[in-house]
Write a protein that binds this ligand. Structure first.
Ligand SMILES: Cc1cc2nc3c(=O)[nH]c(=O)nc-3n(C[C@H](O)[C@H](O)[C@H](O)COP(=O)(O)OP(=O)(O)OC[C@H]3O[C@@H](n4cnc5c(N)ncnc54)[C@H](O)[C@@H]3O)c2cc1C
Length: 542
């Protein structure tokens, strides 16, 4: 007789607030009591949803993908993209929780961004990157506000930040052309003024969230010079009052490694009606607020994938037996997960340090030193956390053995989707060069060194070596920067420089967190994460 076959109990996500020492202790430490009282019920509701109904829905939605329909049954050209049930639910929830409304409402002043991104952190990993259109929507609202175009602000911002599902719009960000996403200045799309109306002609090579009602895009007004300064930023509504596309052809949806729920399209603009947002030149500069916001989303989403995957891996380790004991009790597996805990805690704290500064900036609370730090943290945090997400996701898959490689466990999607984080919104190299070529880099480095000195100065003897290692890494990076005058050598070392700054700050933030938390279990976890992260290495400069 065949013995009854063994069936492995499936892993489930942990409650990302109640059961994650890091997230809970971070919010408890940072948020003023009155803000925490207001925010906590929303956080608790969303974390329970994410670990329960949304996870189940994500598994059920696994086989679905967006569909591009050019024609309806009767031969009418419709050019409609149908999104999957998970994305439909994600949009409802995003609007209900106010994921793009919160920073506009400013209910908690400088803490509004932490409020928003605390929810995003829980929402992201179980909604198959619906955060992509949300990030661009949030970024578009900020960009329009920064540009100060009263007419467009009145027209679009209330939609982009709405809590009413019937009123809500998402925005695209159409920058990348076939000539390059990094070298956007090479864009070929032309803007022509016809009878007082701007019309765009060209091809946009990567446009995610092609379902959006509007987009911010770049095009070169006829007669303008080459490069980024010759581009202007334009506002486009994707459909007219008749529901038809605004002289836009959706050529196809891209067949991608991951983010398969995100309808990323190639678009041809063939006379698309558009409006200048902020003058006829320097569009790449005008669209910068978009990039700052989307890079904050990218950083938080990187941490979200890792904390979510880690929760699943812990649950699996408790349920899975090997060699007569649970994986959770095997020293080598335990230390493997501890390393992931440390990397993901570091990613989380860096992402939220960025978010805190963004919130203070928008509330008008940043002094010059804070502003300098925010400017350099934007590429540093995005580059560092993007790399951690892709590497960490790969390690996470292995923690489930063969099951991690099997699609219907719901695990592989983490790796495929995390791999986009170091690519879009600026690749690691492009961010590193962006940082290195900043004219205000020196003042940013001063501010960063001061922040690391403050965060890493622990009185607790068990944390002092980590604090010292953090500062030593930052000092090494600053020395390298001062000593490397040759342009090629500087560019060649830009990535190591950027990642050393990112990891040095991460170690300091871990020390700061371990020093500040009071709950003994949270403190023990934070101290362990400091030691692990220091062992994993901070200084990347060879
Ligand atoms: C799923 C997905 C969705 C996307 N959605 C959007 C969207 O909605 N809107 C949008 O505008 N774009 C979008 N993009 C495009 C994305 O932003 C670009 O792919 C990215 O910026 C890189 O540009 P590229 O593909 O042209 O690569 P390239 O610019 O050709 O870069 C290729 C490689 O060269 C490196 N490199 C480039 N220049 C240098 C240099 N000077 N020194 C050293 N290394 C260098 C890069 O780091 C990269 O590794 C999306 C991409 C993906 C994958």
């Amino acid at each position: 007789m065949i013995p009854s076959p063994f069936v492995q109990p499936a892993p489930r996500p942990r409650d990302g607030y109640r059961d994650d020492w890091l997230f809970r202790s971070y919010l408890g430490r940072k948020l003023p009591a009155s803000v925490l009282r207001d925010v906590e019920p929303q956080v608790a509701e969303l974390s329970a949803l994410a670990a329960g109904r949304l996870w189940d829905l994500q598994l059920a939605d696994r086989g679905n993908e967006p569909r591009l329909l050019h024609w309806d049954a009767w031969g009418n050209r419709v050019d409609r993209i149908e999104i999957t049930p998970l994305w439909q639910e994600a949009e409802r929830l995003a609007v209900r929780f106010g994921l793009t409304a919160i920073p506009q409402e400013q209910r908690h002043g400088a803490w509004s961004r932490v409020h928003q991104f605390a929810l995003v952190h829980l929402f992201h990993a179980v909604t198959d990157v619906y955060t992509c259109p949300l990030a661009m929507t949030d970024g578009a609202a900020r960009t329009l506000l920064a540009a100060g175009n009263a007419e467009l602000i009145a027209r679009a911002v209330p939609h982009l930040t709405s809590r009413d599902p019937h009123d809500f719009w998402t925005s695209g960000q159409w920058m990348t052309e076939a000539t390059g996403g990094s070298d956007v200045g090479a864009s070929q799309t032309v803007a022509r003024l016809e009878n007082g109306q701007w019309r765009l002609f060209g091809k946009k090579w990567f446009t995610s969230a092609a379902t959006s009602q509007m987009a911010l895009t770049l095009a070169r007004p006829e007669g303008n010079g080459p490069g980024g300064s010759g581009l202007a930023m334009f506002y486009v509504e994707t459909r007219g009052a008749d529901g038809l596309l605004n002289a836009i052809r959706i050529e196809r949806l891209k067949d991608k490694l991951g983010t398969r729920k995100v309808p990323t399209a190639e678009l041809t603009l063939d006379g698309t009606v558009a409006h200048l947002v902020a003058g006829k030149t320097h569009g790449t500069r005008a669209i910068e607020p978009m990039l700052r916001v989307t890079r904050a989303w990218n950083s938080v989403c990187a941490a979200s994938f890792l904390r979510h995957g880690l929760g699943l891996a812990h649950d699996y380790a408790a349920k899975r037996q090997a060699f007569g004991a649970a994986l959770a009790d095997q020293p080598l597996h335990r230390v493997t997960l501890q390393a992931l805990d440390a990397e993901s805690a570091a990613a989380f704290l860096l992402a939220f340090a960025f978010v805190e500064l963004l919130g203070r900036d928008e509330a008008g609370e940043l002094d010059e030193r804070g502003a300098a730090l925010l400017r350099i943290l934007t590429p540093i945090a995005k580059a560092t956390t993007g790399k951690q997400a892709a590497a960490g996701a790969s390690e996470l898959i292995e923690a489930f053995g063969g099951a991690g490689y099997v699609e219907d466990t719901g695990i592989p999607v983490i790796l495929r989707d995390a791999q986009v984080l170091p690519i879009w919104e600026g690749t690691t190299n492009v961010l590193a060069l962006d940082l290195l070529l900043r004219t205000d880099l020196a003042s940013g480095l001063d501010a960063l060194r001061a922040r690391v000195g403050q965060a890493g100065s622990a009185a607790d003897p068990q944390l002092q070596p980590a604090g010292a290692a953090a500062l030593a890494a930052i000092d090494h990076a600053i020395r390298w920067h001062r000593a490397t005058n040759d342009g090629d050598a500087r560019q060649a070392g830009a990535r190591e420089f950027t990642l050393t700054l990112g990891r040095g700050l991460q170690l300091a933030l871990l020390v700061e967190h371990a020093t500040a938390v009071t709950d003994p279990r949270d403190k023990a976890a934070a101290v362990a994460a400091c030691g692990q992260f220091q062992r994993l290495g901070v200084d990347r400069i060879s």
